[in-house]
Ligand binder design. Structure first.
Ligand code: HAM
Length: 403
């Protein structure tokens, strides 16, 4: 037997139903906010992710499904969706249009991480990207939209927010932070030491307990934001408070991808173990430019579908459609055209083998049909069908051509 690869899984019956429910719920809400569907390739040039997610990020430096294709191109299975959407946005010259553009997508992402509960090598995201809107109202609106999705799915969460500043306030902060980190260098873990040089703000995100305790007194960017970033962050917190949305400011929330500026946020759940982030996102006002487009402010998020799968409250399954069965072999022939015709308007399950009454009723129950439609010898002779409404339990015999 050939098994799926480590960290990859099949989504069968229960999970695939949950998957579809999550995606259709999210799409319904995203459309209300003006988002349109975008589909981008799973395989992209490796340079795209190096330039956007960042060379020094864990995703790019350790976790890429990267290989040379038969034409000698350095390619990569997308580890996330934003970079591809931005590339597509620039490629279609949408950056040159004055319109605001909003896209949603869903699909598989690939990260060669150490698999564990909630951490897969192939996982699925539902994401949204909004281009052309610099106002912090858009950051708030995106957060509201995620909230609405989680509410519709019956999922509880904590919201954590932070500001990563901009090109005015981040560089002096970084310098300040590097000064602080250099002083405690000896006591920090190996990973942190590497990051002091390559990506100092990622040190704040270190999961090592000793490092965390040493970082309590680290300088915080939200204390040193420039006027504009400070005002935006204040406005965002005011909007959240006015809307009655509970949030926590986490000054160590830096995100694992390098393209963010200003607002960064994560939704976490306490009910799924250590891999608790169920959605993440933020603003990335420089990424379109980094990928050779015209300066375009942007903000977005992605939800990890597998992470919320167990948390979703599924709607009660309603009895639906028609089960058709014959009790004599000849009657099967009569049922075939009837099933084809009915499928134009309803879900139809047709049993090809003639069976006894009880066996058919069990079959109807198994597929959760609303109606059982059977033809036995009498019905065949009289040109009728026997119909039972399995909800009201009402039974009747009706003419074939009236069915
Ligand atoms: P991210 O935080 O890297 O952000 O991923 C978003 C979500 O994907 C996470 O919160 C988590 O639920 C899920 N996820 C990440 N890695 C795994 C994994 N190995 N196994 C299972 N689930 C996982 C992004 O990807 C950004 N592109 C989000 C964004 C969109 N920012 C702006 N626009």
């Amino acid at each position: 037997m050939i098994n799926p690869l480590r960290g990859m899984k099949d989504l069968t019956f229960d999970e695939s139903q949950r998957f579809v429910h999550i995606v259709t719920t999210a799409i319904g809400i995203a459309k209300k906010y003006g988002y349109e569907y975008i589909e981008t390739p799973i395989l992209e040039e490796t340079a795209l992710f190096k330039r956007s997610v960042g060379n020094s990020s864990d995703i790019v430096s350790k976790e890429m499904y990267q290989f040379e294709d038969k034409g000698g191109n350095d390619v990569c299975m997308r580890p996330e969706g934003t970079a591809g959407v931005v590339r597509a946005f620039v490629h279609a010259k949408l950056d040159r249009q004055p319109l605001k553009q909003k896209f949603y997508y869903y699909g598989p992402m690939f990260r060669y991480e150490r698999p564990q509960k909630g951490r897969l090598r192939e996982f699925h995201q539902f994401g949204c990207e909004s281009f052309g809107e610099a106002s912090v109202y858009e950051d708030f609106t995106i957060i509201t939209m995620i909230l609405q999705i989680f509410e519709a799915l019956g999922i509880g969460f904590d919201l954590q927010i932070n500001s990563l500043g901009c090109t005015t306030c981040m560089p002096p902060y970084k310098q300040n932070l590097v000064g602080f980190l250099t002083e405690i260098k000896e006591e920090l873990c190996e990973d942190c030491n590497r990051r002091i040089e390559s990506n100092p703000i990622r040190v704040l995100d270190c999961k090592n307990k000793t490092c965390q305790s040493l970082l309590v007194t680290a300088p915080k960017l939200i204390d040193d934001l420039c006027e504009e970033c400070g005002a935006d962050f204040k406005k965002l917190t005011a909007l959240l408070e006015n809307a009655g949305i509970t949030y926590k400011i986490d000054t160590n929330l830096v995100r694992g991808l390098d393209y963010y500026n200003k607002t960064a946020f994560e939704f976490v759940s306490n009910d799924i173990g250590s891999q608790s982030a169920i959605a993440g996102g933020g603003r990335y006002d420089k990424l379109v430019e980094f990928l050779d487009g015209k300066p375009t402010p942007a903000v977005g998020f992605a939800i990890g579908i597998e992470r919320i799968m167990e948390l979703v409250q599924m709607p009660e399954i309603q009895k639906e459609g028609i089960y058709m069965g014959a009790m004599t072999p000849e009657a099967v022939e009569t049922l075939f055209p009837l099933a084809t015709q009915k499928r134009k308007e309803a879900k139809v399950t047709l049993e090809y083998n003639s069976k006894g009454f009880k066996s058919h009723m069990k079959g109807a129950d198994k597929v959760n049909a609303r109606y059982a439609v059977l033809i036995g010898e009498d019905e065949l002779a009289n040109g009728t069908v026997w119909v039972k409404d399995l909800e009201s339990k009402e039974e009747k015999t009706i003419a074939l051509d009236a069915f």
